[in-house]
Design a protein around this ligand. Structure first.
Ligand code: FMN
Length: 187
């Protein structure tokens, strides 16, 4: 197995981070990998915002949790309460990827690829990660969306696309078992 396939195989979603920030050099390398992603017509309709500000991360997490606590279906809420109310798993760093929306949702695909480049680059550098779509909930309320978009310095017209939490694992887990039945060859 070559190095790329090894990294793809080893990546897993970390949900227990220790209190250690990756160095700026490492975070820069991860962000650089993000912006090397392909995009439809090379439009690059994204920003890669590396958030090390723990106050800002906490505020986004609290708003996300508040929205989860209002959900009628309590499954997610109960799961999060069981693990101490942590939605962001005490990750020291959060990469937020806002996108400029388009009618055909291509920018969301573009942003997903950025996100995967980030998780794989992180894995290759010994940094753990988990993609965090739930953070989108912090942007549902117009007022909060405006506040966080401003604090995160989203350019005009950009909206939350996806986020990735980064740090070092406190406890690790195995990658998910790939389901080989999902692969189809047509000859
Ligand atoms: C678009 C997207 C959004 C996700 N959002 C969350 C999230 O908000 N919280 C979380 O704990 N994991 C999230 N995940 C991680 C998935 O739960 C995880 O990838 C899946 O369970 C497979 O496990 P693995 O990543 O360890 O292989 C997200 C993954 C994707 C692709």
């Amino acid at each position: 197995m070559n190095d790329t396939l090894k990294v793809i195989t080893e990546r897993y979603s970390c949900r227990d981070f220790r209190d250690e920030m990756p160095s700026d050099e490492i975070l820069q390398a991860i962000a650089d990998a993000g912006i090397k992603a392909p995009s439809s017509m090379n439009r690059q309709p994204w920003r890669v915002i590396v958030v090390k500000d723990s106050e800002l991360i906490k505020d986004i997490e609290e708003e996300t949790f508040a929205r989860i606590s209002e959900m009628e279906d309590k499954t997610l809420y109960n799961r999060i309460v069981e693990r101490g109310g942590k939605v962001f798993y005490t990750a020291p760093c959060m990469v937020v990827i806002p996108v400029f929306p388009d009618e055909r949702c291509l920018s969301l695909i573009d942003c997903g690829i950025v996100c995967q480049n980030i998780t794989l680059a992180a894995t290759s550098l010994g940094v753990n990660s988990v993609i965090c779509g739930l953070a989108r909930l912090a942007f549902l309320d117009d007022c909060k969306a405006e506040e966080f978009s401003k604090r995160l310095r989203f350019p005009e017209g950009y909206v939350f696309g996806i986020s990735v939490l980064l740090g070092y694992a406190n406890t690790s887990k195995a990658p998910h078992e790939p389901d080989k039945d999902k692969i189809i060859f047509i000859e």
